[in-house]
Design a protein around this ligand. Structure first.
Ligand code: FES
Ligand code: FES
Length: 212
């Protein structure tokens, strides 16, 4: 419907909108094309570390986590990615004797470090005592959290032996006892959705030589 002199018809409005949309769309396409024409290469860096006793050298995108380095670059898929946010412990590995969440650390931060994953603790024919104890005590069900649990469990016993206090250590001036309370507290960062906790505690107690 055309209105009075100087007024704009509905058809004119629609035509103008369509033209505007076409221009905006073509401008948008142009911007994308420009962005694609100038990709910026990700920054890379060389990193050397010893993984399960073997010296490795890689050139990595500096944003690559230790977890992705192990799984994607070194094909050590025993270490699991659960939350990728430091909340579940599935990605726990031992670095220079201490357990860490490998999803929360960049590979380039570990130049010269010694990394031990579940593959480095033992093998099917030669299990680490903690791996054997997990089997004996049914310390897993689906097994997804198990590599992280075992790495953590091995490091936890070393932490207690080294006299490092925890949240439940009553006298932080004295050496913490090798108790199930200390072990359970220190394992609290490793979540098991299957709920195998009591069996894990029994396995750890056996390796530590104490009563669960
Ligand atoms: S995957 Fe690293 S803490 Fe969950
Ligand atoms: S055994 Fe299944 S999540 Fe721990």
């Amino acid at each position: 419907m055309t209105q009075g002199c100087g007024a704009i018809s509905r058809r004119d409005v629609l035509k103008t909108s369509a033209a505007g949309a076409a221009i905006a769309s073509s401008l948008g396409t142009g911007n994308v094309a420009m962005a694609q024409a100038e990709p910026s290469a990700p920054p890379t860096a060389a990193v050397r570390m010893k993984v399960n006793g073997k010296q490795i050298s890689l050139t990595l995108d500096t944003r690559t986590t230790l977890l992705d380095t192990l799984r994607e670059h070194l094909k050590l898929t025993g270490t699991k990615k659960g939350c990728d946010h430091g909340q579940c412990g599935a990605c726990t590995v031992i670095v220079n004797g201490r357990r860490i969440n490998s999803c929360l650390t960049l590979a380039v931060m570990h130049e010269g470090d010694e990394v031990t994953t579940i593959e480095g603790l033992g093998s099917v024919g030669d299990l680490h005592p903690m791996q054997a104890a997990f089997v004996e005590h049914d310390g897993y069900q689906c097994g997804y959290c198990t590599p992280g649990q075992i790495c953590s469990a091995v490091a936890v016993l070393e932490e207690i032996r080294a006299g490092i206090p925890s949240h439940v250590t009553e006298d932080i001036g004295a050496a913490p006892g090798m108790t199930t309370l200390e072990m359970r507290e220190r394992m609290s960062g490793n979540i098991c959705r299957c709920g195998a906790y009591s069996n894990i505690a029994e396995a750890m107690a056996q390796v530590a030589g104490v009563k669960a």
